[in-house]
Design a binder for this molecule. Structure first.
Ligand code: RNT
Ligand code: ZN
Length: 421
């Protein structure tokens, strides 16, 4: 072990010299890394089921796989998240859905209050996690024909408007109690399988429902509103009411924010490119970092060109303290805690690599019109020794280096997860 530490230390010193040659201060990059939180989505831990007894209703989030050991209640879910956090050197927030409420007596979603999340809040407080929030507009008997805020039925819209309003109050309370603004996201699955005869009608319903939800202004230091659009979903191939354009236009006109999920666009579209287009013009932006394979498949986040490009853009645009970052995927075919750890570590590595990138050296040739040098350097920077800095960070944070985390995870699986039947 000590030998390993020595190696990591030595390699970090070498890497530091390499980066210094490009004008980058690795210690400063590590310090900056520690200031940037990643919000971990609680719903990977139980396949987006939640704790309510909603009966046999359709789910609008397709999760595949049957790996044993899913969390069955708040205590198990929190223990699993704590485990994941122990294996990640990132700074962490927690992203909650209202279906994970723990009310003393069964409470419908439109009547939930902050006290129904008391245990989450106390846990977050005790561990220094910020909280983000979402009303769950899915997997529920009031999702009449798969519609919520854009339903043709007034009573359905009313129900979900109430849930949406309540969520904002809860988010504000969470922000107040934790001392960091809670990002409250709205995603609704509303849409149609086949060609609509009247698209405008649904969009007008959605617009009016949002107007009602946002009627009350809430303190931005406590909570932020964002709207998550989507190109299509399973069963809503022809028409998604809450498209990206709809929310973008709504957000710009109503001083709310947007959430961009990297799985929610046409596969050749790039969210990295969208940041500089929307961040200067929209009040708040949240990223749902996911990995779509062929479609919005919500595969576990791993490193790759898309993730690198996203983090590079966050860095180059100076967006890290302006744009929220949350993970969003669900895989029930592998250990669910491992799925979190793999995603956190992938996001963390990509983020650190971007922070270490000698970006200024790319800008100069671009300004000079020397695209040859820009491309040559782009290629060269891909292989700078970022992993040495990553290992050093893990060591300093007391987090397993390399795949050592898997040994710890296996023990947890054996001692804790495998006992859940
Ligand atoms: C669904 C959206 C949404 C959900 C969560 C559970 O396509 O990505 O963010 O994943 O709300
Ligand atoms: Zn999402």
């Amino acid at each position: 072990m000590a030998q390993n530490e020595e190696r990591i230390q030595r390699q970090y010193e070498d890497a530091k010299a390499v980066y210094a040659g490009f004008g980058v201060d690795t210690d400063e990059a590590l310090a900056e890394f520690r200031r940037i939180p990643l919000s971990l989505h609680c719903w990977q831990g139980d396949d987006v089921k939640g704790f309510e007894d909603v009966g046999d209703v359709a789910s609008q989030n397709l999760v595949t796989g049957q790996y044993p050991g899913a969390a069955r209640n708040g205590d198990e879910l929190r223990a699993d998240m704590d485990m994941a956090f122990r294996l990640s050197p990132c700074r962490h927030r927690v992203n909650l859905h209202s279906m994970y409420a723990e009310p003393k007596t069964p409470t419908p979603r439109n009547k939930l209050t902050t006290e129904d999340f008391r245990r989450w809040i106390e846990w977050a407080k005790a561990n220094g996690y910020g909280l983000d929030f979402n009303a769950s507009f899915f997997t529920h008997p009031m999702m009449a024909d798969g519609f919520s805020l854009a339903s043709r039925r007034r009573e359905v819209r009313d129900y979900w408007v109430e849930a949406g309003k309540g969520a904002r109050e809860i988010a504000a309370d969470m922000g107040r109690e934790l001392g960091t603004p809670c990002i409250n996201n709205i995603w609704v699955p509303d849409g149609l399988k086949d060609m609509p005869a009247n698209r405008l009608l649904y969009r007008e319903h959605l617009r009016e429902s949002l107007d009602r939800i946002f009627e009350k202004r809430l303190d931005r230091s406590l909570m932020r509103d964002v709207l998550e659009g989507k190109v299509f979903g399973i069963g809503t191939e022809s028409f998604t009411v809450g498209s990206h354009e709809f929310y973008l236009a709504y957000a710009a006109g109503h001083h709310v924010g947007i959430c961009m999920d990297t799985g929610h666009y046409h596969p050749t579209e790039n969210v990295a490119d969208k940041l500089s287009a929307v961040v200067p013009l929209i009040d708040d932006v949240l990223l749902h970092i996911s990995r779509g394979l062929r479609w919005d498949s919500d595969h576990v986040l791993i490193q790759g060109d898309d993730l690198s490009a996203l983090m590079q853009e966050m860095k180059r645009g100076g967006f890290f303290h302006q744009v929220g970052m949350g993970l969003d995927y669900f895989d029930a075919s592998i250990n669910r805690v491992a799925a979190w750890v793999i995603g956190l570590r992938a996001a963390g590595k990509a983020m650190l690599t971007a922070l270490l990138e000698p970006s200024a050296l790319l800008e100069q040739p671009e300004a000079d019109g020397d695209f040859t040098a820009r491309l040559a350097l782009t290629e060269e920077f891909k292989n700078l020794p970022a992993n040495a800095a990553w290992e050093y960070l893990c060591l300093q944070e007391g987090v397993p280096v390399g795949t050592d985390w898997l040994t710890v995870l296996r023990r947890y699986e054996q001692d804790v997860q495998s006992k859940r039947r």
